[in-house]
Design a protein around this ligand. Structure first.
Ligand SMILES: C[S@@+](CC[C@H](N)C(=O)[O-])C[C@H]1O[C@@H](n2cnc3c(N)ncnc32)[C@H](O)[C@@H]1O
Length: 376
């Protein structure tokens, strides 16, 4: 999926090695800011340790649980039966005829007028994704299919979780937006072509790809993911645990970029506004780590709490200055107060933080620090 700060590529570029050296001798690996869950999945599949994960956002918890909470692969039959149920649900919708007709216009007709009609149509639709995001991040046909899939998830716990995680990937991959869902492509001369291309992505094909990637993965040991603040989670850790800390480095809350995924997981109608289609700020998780005035205190308290019970840690953080007021240097100083720094290295990763480009996945190379810490 498109995820700001995903450590997926870094697992092949330094982070995987750091984890390999640090994990032996620990009973639990705790990914405290799990995000796309790339690191929790990696560790759970590869090592015989219990993996726990936490994040403020519900969709991250679903992503993490879909693999760390399961010790067997899932059959494809779950997907096939689910897709059949969704097709029946969609066919019974009062809106299916109009969404299909509008979908046919996307390739050939003026995108501005198609977009206006799409927004009018979706405003009438009583389904969470269509009503909030149809005509913006998704065509009416795409949003109806996503709503149908959300309404007909498998009932079996593991299959339901993997199905919802697959649907999160679908929404992320199909969204008509550059990198993340802070703003959708506009139907104008510069971005109109990107909007058209995104609105023609095949949700069904993308679902099959996503499920076929997630369902075969499973953990060596059953773990669990929780929607929680990392500083609260820290009080549940102990000696023998190793915490993975990849906190926000942006001065903008993550929830601003991923509200579409959060609404999808919530499965309820939400009131949204503006071009970005955000729910009101009080309805989006706010992080102390994304505020310049509190990020340092929050991180210091977290490190202190982990060190006080003898938990080891791995930290990743941008090597330079970050927009939430922290920096690689300051993070190292804070870590040094409470832990022995066993190793420190700098590697490259790609970030979407500079992502203001409308027409490409605005990925910027940058330097990232990896600190391996042992309790003093
Ligand atoms: C840099 S991202 C983590 C990326 C993740 N390691 C990956 O590979 O995708 C930071 C994450 O921390 C979460 N977050 C922010 N504040 C938090 C807090 N106080 N407690 C737990 N999670 C938090 C955000 O929602 C976001 O998912």
């Amino acid at each position: 999926m498109k995820y700001m700060g995903s450590k997926r590529s870094m697992l092949l570029n330094g982070l995987g090695e750091a984890i390999q050296s640090a994990v032996p001798g620990h009973k639990r690996f705790v990914d405290m800011f799990t995000g796309s869950a790339a690191v929790a999945w990696h560790v759970a599949q590869k090592y015989d340790v219990e993996v726990l994960a936490g994040d403020l956002q519900k969709y991250s918890v679903v992503l993490a649980s879909s693999v760390i909470g399961r010790t067997k692969p899932l059959k494809r039959k779950w997907l096939e039966d689910w897709a059949d149920r969704a097709t029946t649900w969609e066919a019974a919708s009062d809106f299916v005829g109009r969404t299909k007709r509008l979908q046919k216009r996307i390739a050939t007709e003026d995108i501005k007028s198609t977009c206006d009609r799409a927004r009018d149509l979706c405003a009438e639709m009583p389904y969470p994704i269509s009503k909030a995001y149809g005509g913006y991040y998704f065509s009416p046909q795409q949003s109806l299919t996503i709503d149908a899939l959300r309404a007909t998830l498998p009932l079996n716990k593991d299959a339901r979780c993997a199905a919802l995680a697959s649907l999160i990937w679908v929404a992320s991959r199909c969204a008509a937006a550059p990198g993340h869902t802070a703003q959708s492509f506009k139907p104008n001369l510069t971005a109109g072509e990107f909007l058209k291309a995104a609105w023609q992505r095949d949700v069904g094909a993308c679902l099959h790809q996503s499920y076929d990637a997630i369902a075969p993965m499973f953990s060596k040991r059953k773990g669990a993911a929780t929607k929680t603040d990392a500083n609260d989670m820290a009080s549940t850790l102990k000696e023998g645990d190793i915490a993975f800390l990849d906190p926000p480095y942006s001065g903008v809350h993550y929830s601003r970029f991923y509200h579409v995924l959060e609404t999808l997981v919530g499965g309820k109608l939400v009131a949204v506004s503006g071009e970005g289609r955000y729910p009101e700020i009080g309805k989006r998780p706010q992080s102390k780590y994304s505020l310049v005035k509190s990020s340092e205190d929050a991180f210091e308290a977290l490190l202190k709490s982990l060190a006080s019970v003898g938990t080891d840690a791995i930290i990743t953080f941008p090597a330079g200055e970050a927009s939430n007021g922290l920096s690689g240097e300051r993070v190292t100083e804070l870590a040094n107060q409470f832990f022995r720094i066993k190793s420190s290295k700098v590697t490259s990763r790609f970030s979407t933080l500079g992502g203001n480009s409308r027409n490409r996945d605005a990925r910027q190379p940058s330097e990232e620090m990896i600190l391996t810490l042992t309790a003093r």
